[in-house]
Design a binder for this molecule. Structure first.
Ligand code: PEP
Ligand code: MN
Length: 348
């Protein structure tokens, strides 16, 4: 941490700041310039990070040097981490291992035959995981809330039948134990990205977690949420950019494509993109998915429905199975034509 003293700060004020630093077991390196004095704190910054130095008299600015997230930071794990999902009754999928991971399925599990139809077709098109919400976070309390535990059962059965690990959203702490019996991967939704109790609860399990970026959260806040999960012992976190709120109304959310290389540079965790919730309209989804792959995403999660006009949730943005099939083909060929690590200095 670097502390910049105000212009004209007195020697007493400087001595007081130095004594505070030393009191917490760090060394202070004082550097007197012509106009300003700056103090470099040497030692474990975590000890003094929470202290309100900004409020100490004579201090102008406090600049942290170490990132506030530790376990999620690339420094702690320079090579990217690989998150394993599934195994047992379904194939084991390795996210972040170099190939593109495709997760697909309906927004919500609606009924077993429809889910089977969609699962069968996405598997056939090259999907690796089946998605489907059983506990839906709806803006309106009157909208379809999902089938709950029945939805989880249908999802598990479809995953086992078609050889696809399953991912589903857990909306609150009480649902974690229930979901644990059915899902291969927890999804923490955008609206829950800073539900710290939920993050800690999934962090106490050993199931991987798909953590979606909050609608109005920064990249750093997303990484701090990943840190919550990891701090409880669960290191199987996959980050997901799904669009953020901006003034733009032409899309449901604005896909922050730049978040992909930024997250990959700052963190070793795999990064995937959800083009469906950002686009809000099916025709736009392939463009965003291609952009995500071009930006270096480790995977995508896409909504697919065989009868979007009848969908109980997010039908407007659901891809038809045929469109999904050609999209997967195009994403794979784009991925294989990308130059390797030449644009990724953090990998060298
Ligand atoms: C979803 O994936 O179904 C979903 C609700 O996504 P988000 O949390 O990103 O809105
Ligand atoms: Mn949806």
């Amino acid at each position: 941490m670097i502390i910049v003293m105000k212009q004209g700060a007195s020697d007493d004020q400087l001595a007081h700041v130095v004594s505070l630093i030393e009191k917490h077991g760090l060394k202070a390196h004082v550097s007197r310039g012509v106009e300003r004095t700056i103090i470099g704190c040497i030692g474990d910054e975590a000890r003094i990070e929470p202290l309100p130095f900004q409020a100490v008299s004579g201090v102008e600015r406090v600049m942290p040097v170490v990132k506030p997230y530790r376990m999620a930071a690339r420094e702690t794990h320079p090579q990217g981490s690989v998150v394993k999902v599934g195994g047992g009754s379904v194939p084991l999928v390795e996210i972040g291992s170099g190939s593109l991971t495709v997760m697909a399925g309906p927004c919500a599990v609606e009924n077993a035959p429809l889910l089977d139809e969609i699962a069968s077709s996405v598997k056939d098109s090259g999907a690796h995981l089946l998605r489907g919400g059983a506990f839906k976070p709806r803006t309106s309390p009157y909208a379809f809330q999902g089938l709950g535990v029945d939805g989880l059962k249908f999802l598990r059965e479809a995953g086992d039948r078609f050889g696809l690990p399953v991912v589903s959203e857990v909306r609150n702490v009480r649902q974690v134990e229930t979901c644990l019996d059915y899902v291969d991967m927890f999804q923490v939704g955008a609206r829950n990205m800073q539900n710290f109790d939920l993050l800690m609860e999934v962090g106490r399990t050993t199931k991987p977690v798909l953590l979606k970026r909050g609608l109005a959260s920064t990249v750093e806040e997303l990484l701090m949420s990943a840190e919550y999960v990891m701090s409880m012992g669960n290191h199987g976190v996959v980050l997901c950019e799904r669009g953020i709120r901006t003034f733009e109304k032409a899309t449901r959310f604005t896909l922050d494509v730049s978040a992909v290389p930024i997250l990959k540079r700052l963190s070793h965790l795999p990064v995937i993109v959800d083009p469906s919730h950002a686009a809000g309209q099916a025709w736009l989804v392939p463009f965003l998915a291609l952009a995500a792959v071009a930006a270096g995403a480790d995977g995508i999660i896409v909504e697919v429905h065989s009868r979007p006009e009848d969908a109980l949730c997010d039908g407007d943005q659901a891809l038809l199975p045929d469109t999904f099939r050609s999209l997967v083909h195009d994403l794979n060929s784009l991925r294989s034509s990308l130059p390797p690590a030449s644009y990724a200095p953090w990998l060298s």
